[in-house]
Ligand binder design. Structure first.
Ligand code: TYM
Length: 344
């Protein structure tokens, strides 16, 4: 059997949140622990994806390296020979394949993407082609490495499905060029979850915790001091029902806290739920989760300080050399298929 690939990425547009940590970083590190001997693990920073909406460009380069450090601080072992870390813009095949895929993707499909609709609403006057084209670049990120497994949070499921559609359409026209990643349901069972993960905003738990939200109290940043994070959890919006239950419909605020408690402490959700079910002491639940989050941040930030940028850069550059070769081989197959290069 050929070696399968697990691939994911986190943009460097803003400081990652606890949502990114629990939704993408923890699952990737857990998968590495479990599968690094048999699978290829690709962990990259989609730096080109990071300015589809306005950002502070002076921070982009720094944030890109910082993102990789977050993975390392969370436990990703970059010395493992099956693990590859890289920056999207250092591998030009990503941009080149995007153009080819663009020509087999319909404008209507992109306009229907929920994230495009949401974000183009927020940035109404200045919707860029980059924002609309974002899922096609994401498809290239995945297809260039034959990745079957793409652990992402629920907000990215639609982009994963469109990747499957684009790849299947291309393969139907040109033959077996791309490996089509598994559908989202199979992906979630791979990371041992019943459904996609979506950590909610602390101030409006009907929405996801988003790093681009301007409401500072809605999100815990990985750079928040433990004291600030503690306060944010203590002031999280709950409800007036007065009895704890894990129920996204009726009690999204307390359910969000229960979910954070379960993942951070690596305790099964049922166990955490049983511990708190029926309690009328929302303050105690908040206190317990706030303590847990503060302790996590304290340890995490200490670890972050010990990571050497020189070592990280050396590992990155070595990995980018070999990833360039791999990505170029898949790009060549696509170029040959569409007639840009002679067939072998
Ligand atoms: P990005 O940078 O917005 O988010 C990175 C990862 O974090 C997950 N996530 C969450 N999970 C749970 N709860 C939340 N509140 C939450 N917020 C974010 C996201 O689902 C994602 O897994 N397009 C991607 C980056 C990307 C990518 C790729 C990912 C580009 N190319 C190829 C996988 C494969 C994005 O914007 O993620």
């Amino acid at each position: 059997m050929t070696q399968q690939t697990i691939l994911t990425g986190i943009r460097a547009n803003e400081e990652p949140t606890l949502g990114n940590y629990l939704g993408a970083i923890v699952p990737m590190v857990t998968l590495q622990r479990k599968y690094a001997d048999t699978y290829r693990i690709n962990m990259f920073v989609p730096d080109l994806h990071s300015f589809t909406t306005p950002i502070d460009h002076d921070s982009l380069y720094h944030n890109t390296l910082q993102n990789l450090k977050y993975f390392i601080a969370a436990g990703l072992d970059i010395s493992n020979s099956n693990t590859h870390i890289y920056r999207q813009s250092y591998i030009s095949a990503h941009s080149e394949l995007t153009w080819i895929l663009d020509c087999f993707t319909y404008v209507g499909e992109m306009q229907r993407m929920t994230q495009f609709k949401d974000k183009s609403g927020e940035h109404n006057a200045s919707i860029t082609m980059g924002l609309m084209n974002y899922p096609v670049l994401m498809a290239a990120d995945i297809l260039l490495y034959d990745a079957e497994w793409v652990p992402v949070g629920e907000d990215q499921f639609q982009h994963l499905e469109i990747t499957r559609d684009i790849a299947t359409r291309f393969n139907n026209k040109f033959g077996d060029i791309f490996t089509v990643p598994y559908e989202t349901r199979t992906q979630t069972s791979f990371i041992e979850r019943d459904n996609g993960l979506r950590i909610r905003s602390l101030t409006d738990p009907t929405k996801k915790m988003s790093k681009s939200s301007s409401d500072e109290k809605s999100k815990i940043l990985l750079t928040d001091t433990p004291t600030v994070a503690h306060k944010k959890i203590m002031s999280a919006t709950t409800d007036s029902i007065g009895s704890v239950d894990f129920n996204w419909e009726l009690q999204p605020g307390v359910t969000n806290l229960l979910q954070i408690a379960s993942i951070l402490s690596n305790t099964p959700q049922d166990e955490i739920n049983a511990q708190w079910r029926g309690s009328d002491r929302y303050g105690d639940l908040k206190q317990s989760v706030a303590d847990e989050v503060a302790l996590f941040l304290e340890k995490f930030q200490k670890k972050l300080d010990t990571i050497s940028e020189t070592e990280l850069l050396a590992a990155l550059e070595a990995s980018e050399r070999s990833m360039n070769q791999q990505a170029n081989a898949v790009l060549l197959k696509a170029q040959q298929a569409v007639g840009l290069r002679p067939k072998a």
